[in-house]
Design a protein around this ligand. Sequence first.
Ligand code: SME
Length: 153
Amino acid sequence: MNKEDIYKGILLQVKFLFNEERDQTANLANTVAIMKSTPLPFFWIGFYIVQDNELILGPFQGLPASSRIAYGKGVCGTAWKEEKTQIVPDVHQFPGHIACNQFSRSEIVVPVFKNGKMVAVLDADSDKMADFDETDAHFIEQITAVVGENWNG
Ligand code: SME
């Protein structure tokens, strides 16, 4: 199965999830569990949620990670500041990258918007270099659009 088809399958499952259940924590947890259970290279995947002026770790799959990320810091904080998807082919080349573990090599961080306001980011890491591209961005942005439309935090 190619990457596009895997993402289309994820999108169907995530839409179904949000139609069936209203609880946000349950839905965010199942969203990352669905994504992690595919052959896509999500070594670590999880949400960071905007609370006051920080990003706080939300539901995730993978090794323990930083609990808090400041505005503008790391890849996640940069996605927040720029309100824009970040594709990082080599995390060691990203100024201020926050290393949550020694294995992550490339990363993609996609904002979640509710009514145009950024409320969270979805962060995915791979243990291989340059593992994410515009196709990942395109589909993960569709997934975060479903999350944002249903945001009730
Ligand atoms: N690398 C991220 C921090 C989160 S971990 O990857 C799970 C960053 O630089 O924002």
